[in-house]
Design a binder for this molecule. Sequence first.
Ligand SMILES: [Zn+2]
Length: 146
Amino acid sequence: MVDQETAPVRARTIRPPRDLWRSIAKGWSGRCPHCAEGKLFRAFLKPVDTCSACGEEMHHHRADDLPPYLVIFIVGHIVVAGYMLSEPFVDWNSWQHLALWIPVTLVMALTMIQPIKGAVIGLQWANYMHGFGGDEDDAVEIYGGR
Ligand SMILES: [Zn+2]
């Protein structure tokens, strides 16, 4: 049983709603989900620590494995469907299919991974997840690091 006198109390505040789809769209386009002016990425998949335009802290994000999972899910469905739909119309051997579908897979994955990671960060920002609301992330408290 938790002692109500000594139990840590977490302040609950009413937060203004953030536009989810606008934040996802700004993240998708590589812009800060807060101000839409500052760049979200300082390298291909490395987000900035803070927005250069508005100062919003971006180091809170925990996109982790979701962007690659979504890329594999989307690209896999498109490439496998493309392969299977093309099979009745072309008389190609396996090497010819590989010569087409491997580059298609690589190009699609490399062009989608950054926008999807930005969209995931925008989603987390809009929902005040992982410290975007000013609170410490529970995972940081438990594991002591990022
Ligand atoms: Zn900003």
